[in-house]
Ligand binder design. Structure first.
Ligand code: ARG
Length: 582
């Protein structure tokens, strides 16, 4: 249990001792710091239960609080607020406990298994800006959930099914009709056939085929037929499809690697299709499928709906399986293979309706146990300076590779010129660029849109990734310089900044639980920024290594170490790597 939780438990015991039944009362950071660091406002609600004036109740509690050596400066303010601060003696002991392990101040939650669906990359299409937030936020939520002890599986949920693949394969057939894949007489092993196509080609082929299909009805029809062949595992087409998936997957993986994003499961929509027949059976037996102009739909609206809730399209009129159905089949697959307690979908907010329909249909068909939580974790868009989704200069789709290049050019400019080795400079700049991107992505609340501003994001000053990295590296270098000194424990907290740093450190569990509750990383980012700038202020105004009083010097080094470790821990949660220098 975290120190903060223990402290709150103690508070509840004290209130009981004062003669009042209470539970789940927590210390709140005060908004009147002149009166105390914390506030308790339980006297007002207790007054109703005990038919007694809140001032008198507050007075009783105050007397009991004063008996504890943890609290100082306990005072009561009308109409019954209790203000209080933590004693230095207590803060020192708390910091020493955290120094022995930072995990002493992290709460472990009850066991739970969560699947997070946060990739959504589409095979044969380049990862683009729309995939950035899913990757960043999903990865960080996965790490955060692991930190509190949940069992978490991240699933890439590749878009490897449906018409785009049919289009790509059709276009390959047009360009390379002689390939063995299209020769029905070919009896050899397709795995041995070399394909004259790289991922770079795919990045050109898909947009080309997609545009063509919009202008050429016959071409579109051919693509549909091919999609159908793939879905029916027709020899040749199916083998080519598998090859394309593997080429594309490799490239997708390399971009995710750059972003420091990884998955436990690399399943795709096509893997869920093994469950399609069973899914259809369940829906049919429960009488949930209705015919509608040749298509099959599931009614998901209910009388409480305030806005229109269109039916879920189960099978399209051309017999193709819809996007919604791939998600339903995936739910069935996840329930059967992994028995999760929760499934989180970290997907663009614009897919909100899609997921509402899918979740409702899944409930109607009891695809998951009743207590399984399905959560849509929508996020806002990253826009260009024109306020519209970020595009290339000529209005094209901005790929993630290009986006990383743009920010990397900025971080490169700001890198310390003393790093001479070219390779090293490049690798450090990349790491800083990813930190810049991620911090900018996390700072606004998850559902808020934001504007891509490469200069601002890569600035060494301000609320940026580079600022956090630079400061963290400086803490480390200070600790390295002190490596010959033994620093074991804190005994003094001299300045108000040191005390405030201690309070901030103590508050970590609140930041973690709020972030998990909101499934947003903004609080963690703000917290990191606040604690880092507070430390930097302390660092510039006080002596650490050159401090003459040895006890104070030791205390300050330990404080630096705790803050350094905290930064490393939280940057890691955010999926941000820290270079050795920059
Ligand atoms: N591949 C989809 C897209 O690019 C996103 C998939 C999101 N996850 C899901 N389970 N539907 O729009």
């Amino acid at each position: 249990m975290s120190i903060l939780k223990e402290l709150n438990n103690d508070i509840n015991t004290i209130i009981n001792k004062a003669g009042y039944e209470a539970e789940n009362i927590v210390l709140l950071p005060s908004n009147r710091k002149d009166l105390g660091a914390y506030q308790l406002n339980c006297a007002m609600s207790l007054a109703k239960t005990y038919h007694k004036s809140p001032m008198l109740i507050a007075q009783d509690i105050k007397e009991e609080l004063e008996k504890s050596s943890c609290f100082v400066n306990v005072n009561v303010a009308s109409p019954g607020f209790i203000n209080l601060s933590l004693s230095k003696e207590y803060l020192v002991s708390v910091l020493n406990e955290i120094n022995s392990s930072i995990y002493n101040n992290i709460d472990k939650e009850e066991k739970k298994k969560i699947i997070i669906d946060y990739g959504g990359a589409n095979v044969s299409k380049a990862l683009h800006v729309g995939h950035l937030r899913s990757a960043n936020i999903g990865e960080a939520l996965k790490r955060l959930a692991k930190l509190v002890g949940y069992e978490v599986l991240g699933d890439a949920h590749l878009g490897d099914y449906g018409r785009p693949l049919g289009l790509v394969i059709l276009e390959i057939k047009k360009r390379y009709p002689y390939l063995a894949y299209f020769n029905t007489d070919y009896k050899g092993n397709y795995e041995e056939v070399t394909l004259p196509i790289t991922n770079k080609d795919l990045e050109e082929i898909y947009p080309y085929a997609s545009t063509k299909s919009k202008e050429d009805e016959e071409y579109l029809e051919e693509a549909r037929e091919i999609t159908f062949k793939i879905q029916n595992h027709e020899r040749g087409y199916y083998d080519l499809w598998k090859k394309i998936v593997s080429i594309s997957k490799e490239d997708i993986k390399s971009v995710y690697d750059e972003l420091n994003v990884s998955f436990d499961l690399w399943l795709g929509e096509s893997d869920a299709m093994e469950y399609f027949e069973e899914l259809k059976d369940i829906f049919t037996k429960k009488n949930l499928l209705k015919d509608s102009d040749g298509a099959q739909i599931v009614e998901v609206a209910n009388e409480n709906d305030k806005s229109p809730m269109p039916p879920l399209l189960f099978i399209k009129s051309n017999k193709a399986i819809s996007y919604a159905t791939t998600d339903l089949a995936t739910i069935l697959q996840r329930e059967k293979n992994y028995h999760p307690d929760e499934i989180w979908y970290c997907v663009d907010s614009r897919q909100n309706l899609h997921f509402e329909q899918v979740f409702r249909a899944a409930r109607l068909a009891n695809l998951v146990r009743e207590d399984v939580k399905l959560s849509f974790i929508g996020f806002g868009t990253m826009n260009g300076k024109d306020g519209k989704p970020f595009k290339t200069r000529d209005g094209g789709i901005m790929t993630l590779k290009n986006l990383i290049k743009i920010i990397n050019a900025e971080t490169m400019k700001r890198l310390n010129t003393n790093i001479e080795d070219e390779k090293e400079r490049e690798s450090i700049s990349k790491t800083v660029a990813i930190a810049a991107l991620k911090c900018a992505d996390f700072l606004p609340f998850r559902t808020t849109d934001y504007i891509f501003e490469e200069e601002k994001f890569s600035d060494l000053e301000g609320k940026t990734g580079p600022y956090l990295l630079y400061s963290t590296i400086r803490m480390k270098s200070l600790l390295d310089k002190a490596s010959s000194i033994s620093y074991q424990k804190i005994s003094l907290l001299e300045t108000p900044e040191e005390e405030e740093l201690a309070l901030n450190i103590l508050n970590l569990p609140t930041v973690i639980s709020k972030s998990l509750e909101a499934k947003s990383l903004n609080e963690i980012c703000e917290y990191l920024y606040n604690i880092t700038s507070l430390y930097n202020k302390f660092y510039s105004e006080n002596r650490i290594l050159t401090e003459k009083n040895n006890e104070l010097k030791e205390s300050r080094l330990v404080l630096t170490k705790i803050i350094y470790e905290l930064n490393i821990l939280l940057l890691d949660v955010l999926g941000i790597k820290v270079p050795k220098k920059m």
